[in-house]
Write a protein that binds this ligand. Structure first.
Ligand code: TPP
Ligand code: MG
Length: 324
């Protein structure tokens, strides 16, 4: 992988982290973001490493922990921030908020609040692409907790029966909404669930963006060749609570410190860049400063944007000319 590509990935991961750190402040200290807010901090290499491996026509759909996917799909940070603040200029017109960021033109379909509900939709995109005879795929993301839900099993079954071009990306951060995987799942690895449908699957170090990218590229090549669905179980960790306000009493401080201190995805890539390329600390600092400006500008844009107009309250609820 060449230096400029790696620096681009580095910039995107730092952007996601700074963006979300700022979101945390805007929620907890300034009260400008309201409702739910699920942060992805710690998991950045998964969204960035997978989305950087997609081709132009590939679809992306995920759950409510969706800011990283939105940014990595190329939605401008200012539209994501405006959405989080419920402004009319937001990616979803200020109506979706944190869990429902989407951009049809970028084939980023959201942001989905019902656990597992996006999985059959992701398989539906794959069905559409197979029907069109394209070589596009659907990258369908979900947490390990979502694989305990019926949606996952029904969707995995049909994807295999119909040989659909879907890459299931499980973001295994070990916890659901406070429940550790061994208390909710009958098996300790999601690859075993995929085996039940004869979907080839493997675990990947989700803190190593190079491993994430390589695994995704390899599986997408299989999928594009018409070899049916694949599943990647990305082993990762979220540093913050499930959502804002979760005091994470279900895990130890030591466990968090271990992941954050020794296996941080941004630090891992930073080390790789410094050790193997002609990159200096000050080059990385310049990227961090540039990202900070981008985040500040996004907040300013969102702050100055108007709320959705009152008379638009009932827009997009019923079809034009429809009604009860
Ligand atoms: C159908 C449904 N059941 C329960 C919930 C409440 N809930 C929200 S997130 C969550 C845990 C999901 O965990 P996981 O799939 O591992 O994703 P993560 O939050 O770790 O990214 C639960 C139970 C919900 N939103 N929808
Ligand atoms: Mg989880």
């Amino acid at each position: 992988m060449d230096k400029s590509t790696l620096l681009e990935w580095y910039r995107m991961m730092v952007l996601i982290r700074r963006f979300e750190e700022r979101c945390d402040e805007l929620y907890q200290l300034e009260g400008k973001i309201k409702g739910f807010l699920h942060l992805y901090i710690g998991q950045e290499a998964v969204a960035v490493g997978t989305i950087m491996a997609r081709q132009e026509g590939d679809h992306v759909i995920t759950a409510y922990r969706d800011h990283a996917h939105a940014l990595a799909c190329g939605i401008d940070a200012k539209y994501v921030m405006a959405e989080l603040m419920g402004k009319a200029t937001g990616a979803s017109g200020g109506r979706g908020g944190s869990m429902h960021i989407a951009d049809k033109d970028k084939l980023f379909w959201g942001g989905y609040g019902i656990v597992g509900g996006q999985i059959p939709l992701g398989v539906g995109f794959a069905l559409a692409e197979k029907y069109r005879k394209s070589d596009n795929a659907s990258l369908t993301y979900f947490g390990e907790g979502a694989t305990n839900i019926g949606y996952f099993h029904e969707a995995a079954n049909m994807a295999k029966v119909w040989g659909l071009p879907v890459l299931f990306v499980t973001e295994n951060n070990k916890y659901g909404m406070g429940t550790v995987i061994d208390k909710a799942s009958a098996v300790d690895s999601i690859t075993k669930k995929a085996a039940g449908y004869e979907i080839p699957a493997r675990q990947v170090d989700g803190q190593d963006i190079l491993a994430v990218y390589e695994a995704t590229s390899a599986e997408l090549a299989e999928i594009r060749a018409g070899n049916g669905p694949r599943l990647l179980e990305m082993m990762t960790y979220r540093y913050e609570g499930h959502s804002i306000g979760d005091r994470t009493k279900y895990r130890t401080r030591e466990e968090l410190d271990e992941w954050r201190g020794t296996n941080d995805p941004i630090a891992n890539l930073q080390r790789h860049l410094l050790e193997n390329f002609d990159v200096s600390e000050s080059d990385l600092k310049a990227i961090q400063d540039d990202v900070q400006q981008e985040v500040d500008a996004a907040v300013e844009f969102a702050n100055e944007s108007p709320d959705p107009a009152l008379d638009s309250l009932y827009d997009h609820i019923y079809p034009e000319g429809g009604g009860a």
